[in-house]
Design a protein around this ligand. Structure first.
Ligand SMILES: [Zn+2]
Length: 336
């Protein structure tokens, strides 16, 4: 080997190194140019690498140089293409994933129901979603029963099926009043009785005067009241059949032991006062409070209590609202 050839090889190597450096600078600068719009960038980059190369390699007469520069160019180009492809695939995957998630969300809107205190509203599984109340609670229907925020509703706007009999209750007869609740409500009531006795040892105590009433019983009751007082008046204190909470097995008229008539004056008794102030501790609410007739659809009934569970009862009690206001629903007959 001649010295000239050695020198040429060194020069070629230096030039090659410079060419590679130039390529790297070009690639880096090109990437810093800003947004790369998708697949077009791949081609643009490749062109950027290819263009300066011939210039560099042409300036070299030596054989190894073009070979080396070509191989370097290919490697760089391959790497870059690979990188770009990977980047494209990743972007594409993410986008598809996002779109799919968005699509699912649009298909089945998830309602975030307001949580109040310890009460977390429930979405009834397998129920039909009918809409959302003015307070943001899900209105659902399952087996003919209406639920708002997971709470079973029986009022003038939301009736019960005429054939609805709570589980465990006997087949209805006409003159039938059953002094018991569904199990959870019954447990709350029993606990409430014990607590009352402990806190008021000398008081007479309270009893269930009228618990579960069947559709048939309510029909007789309402018809009697309507015949005696007129329909309009009867509607203020007696539910039309299918609209009574007594048919749910979750409500009862509670009276003082030894008293047989339900009177507003119960609100002044030890029992009445205590129930109004404490029934929430056991899962009950005073369902038709004073001054809320335009919301509940019924007169003030200091004896009528409804079981909705401890967390919900506490939330409703502390709100100072009646159940309709609390949930954001109406209690109006479709047509009077
Ligand atoms: Zn009642």
């Amino acid at each position: 080997m001649s010295k000239t050839k050695d020198a040429l090889i060194i020069i070629a190597a230096v030039l090659l190194a410079l060419a590679v450096l130039l390529l790297v600078v070009i690639v880096v600068m090109d990437r810093m140019k800003g947004p790369n719009p998708g697949g077009d960038t791949g081609r643009a980059d490749t062109t950027a690498f290819t263009e300066p190369l011939p210039e560099t390699s042409l300036s070299q007469e030596t054989e190894p140089a073009p070979e080396s520069s070509t191989s370097v160019d290919v490697t760089t180009a391959e790497l870059t293409t690979e990188e770009l492809t990977t980047a494209e695939i990743t972007t594409a995957e993410i986008t598809t994933e996002e779109l799919t998630t968005a699509g699912e969300t649009t298909a089945e809107p998830s309602v975030t129901q307001p949580v109040v205190g310890d009460w977390v509203p429930v979405k009834i599984e397998g129920a039909t979603d009918l809409g959302v109340s003015s307070k943001g609670y899900l209105i659902q229907q399952k087996d003919g029963l209406y639920y708002v925020g997971g709470i079973l509703i029986a009022n003038k706007s939301y009736p019960l099926p005429s054939d609805y009999i709570p589980e465990g209750f006997p087949v209805p007869m006409v003159d039938q009043v059953i002094s018991k609740f569904l199990p959870d409500a019954q447990a709350g009531y029993d606990e409430m009785k014990v607590a009352f006795k402990a806190e008021n040892p000398t008081a007479a105590g309270f009893k269930i005067q009228s618990g579960y009433r069947s559709y048939l019983t309510q029909t007789r009751l309402y018809n009697n009241y309507a015949a005696a007082n007129g329909k309009a008046a009867a509607d203020t204190f007696s539910a039309r059949p299918g609209h009574s909470e007594h048919q749910t097995g979750l409500a009862a008229d509670i009276n003082v032991v030894g008293t047989w008539t339900l009177l507003e004056s119960i609100k002044n008794t030890t029992e009445g006062k205590w129930l109004a102030a404490n029934s929430w501790r056991f899962g009950f609410i005073l369902r038709y409070p004073e001054g809320k007739s335009d919301k509940t659809g019924y007169i003030y009934e200091p004896w009528h209590f409804r079981y909705i569970g401890k967390e919900a009862a506490k939330a409703v009690y502390e709100s100072g609202l009646c159940l309709e206001e609390f949930l954001g629903i109406d209690s109006v007959y479709p047509e009077s």
